[in-house]
Ligand binder design. Structure first.
Ligand code: ATP
Length: 364
């Protein structure tokens, strides 16, 4: 438009050809500049959401991590017994209780599966143990009332493997041992326990290989195995698993379960799982519904009771899956029921930058 105006009005405006050329050059540069301004303003707008989030987070009152009424004994907990006495939990004082007066005893070293329909209160049960929200009633671990402990003392003594594995951008070593507490030998031993030793050894940088933010260069199963290695290193007397294997295939689930059985033999392990095969070989199953305990017993007995929640949950399964659940509960070894897995070692490859690149097929 400007070009045509210049050509047709050249004489009227008294412009020379050279001036028109110069005008066009500046005009094109200006277009680029405008485009770049639009790109930058959109980027700023997008990035401002991060600032908004930071401001929001800084306004959240921090938890009093160090304030506690009692100090636990050194090395607490040594046996991992858990006792709930009339425990209720509500997410806000204006909201109804999601755990309604729960009382139970979990013995030292017991493996407990927690099942129930969605919204039954399974995760809330864990929230109460970690005091993410303050529960009413009393929770004892090895005889110590955890509601009287500082959050720091409580949470450093428990380990959780959450549904979404948490990995940081940084080295593999940092992800396994963020506080630099363990020797290389201990870290390697944990890596070996989760079948990652050969893969990590084959990397140029070994433990110093890089993991991208959130572990985006790993599959879900691989991230879970790294989280499991981290839990093995920390090795607390109580391990809590919140649907950690919900998004992995049966074989990876079997590897994780087998590793947990081997490595946490003497620990109390509480596991929430929607996949019944994951928990039906537990010592006891806790069945929750609407924040109440409906059944708490040995899987085999619960499955023979047609009124139990566990039996009810098997009704939705295919005949093969149902048979698998009953077989496991009747003592057929779970690891024998899944196909041999493809070793995870095959899935690793290393780029020139020493970043760990995994096959994204999640076939471990
Ligand atoms: N942060 C929260 N704020 C308010 N209510 C919540 C919150 N988290 C959970 N709830 C409520 O607490 C109840 C129990 O939820 P919870 O997450 O413990 O159930 P769940 O058995 O773990 O379910 P799912 O299997 O779907 O994870 C539900 O009614 C839910 O709506």
């Amino acid at each position: 438009m400007t070009l045509f105006a210049c050509i047709f009005l050249k004489d009227n405006l008294g412009l020379k050809s050279g001036q028109i050329g110069l005008l066009m050059v500046y005009l094109f540069q200006l277009f680029d500049l405008f485009q770049w301004c639009v790109v930058l303003s959109t980027m700023v707008e997008n990035l401002m959401t991060s600032i908004e989030r930071i401001v929001e987070y800084t306004n959240i009152p921090s938890e009093p991590l160090k304030e506690g009424k009692i100090e636990p004994p050194i090395n607490w907990p040594t046996s991992g017994e858990i006792k709930f006495e009339n425990v209720s939990l509500s997410y806000d004082k204006n909201l109804p209780n999601v755990l309604k007066g729960i009382s139970l005893n979990i013995n030292s070293g017991e493996k407990i599966g927690i099942v129930g329909r969605t919204g039954a209160g399974k995760s809330s049960f864990f929230q109460a143990i970690f005091r993410m929200y303050e529960p009413k009633g009393k929770i004892f671990i090895d005889g110590v009332d955890i509601t009287q402990l500082s959050l720091n003392n409580l949470r450093t003594k428990l380990t959780i493997i959450p549904q979404e594995p948490v990995l940081f951008s940084g080295t593999l070593r940092l992800n396994l041992d963020p506080f630099g507490k363990y020797s290389d030998q201990e870290i390697w031993s944990a890596i070996e326990s989760v079948s990652l030793k050969n893969s990590v050894q084959s990397m140029n940088s070994g433990l110093d290989s890089l993991i991208t933010t959130g572990g985006t260069n790993l599959s879900v199963g691989q991230k879970q195995l790294i989280c499991l290695a981290r839990a093995i290193l920390k090795k607390t007397k109580i391990l809590i698993i919140d649907e950690a294997t919900a998004n992995v295939d049966y074989n990876t689930d079997a590897i994780i379960q087998r590793t947990i059985r081997d490595q946490f033999k003497d620990c109390t392990v509480l596991t929430i799982a929607h996949r019944l095969a994951t928990v039906v070989d537990s010592d006891r199953i806790l069945c929750l519904s609407e924040g109440n305990i409906i059944n708490f017993g040995v899987p085999k007995e619960l499955l023979s009771d047609q009124t139990s929640i566990l039996y009810e949950l098997t009704k939705k399964l295919s005949p093969n899956e149902k048979k698998l659940i009953f077989d496991i509960a009747n003592g057929v070894k779970k690891v024998d029921l899944v196909q041999d897995h493809v070793p995870i070692e095959n899935d690793f490859a290393i780029s020139d930058e020493d970043t760990i690149i995994f096959d994204q097929t999640e076939q471990i």
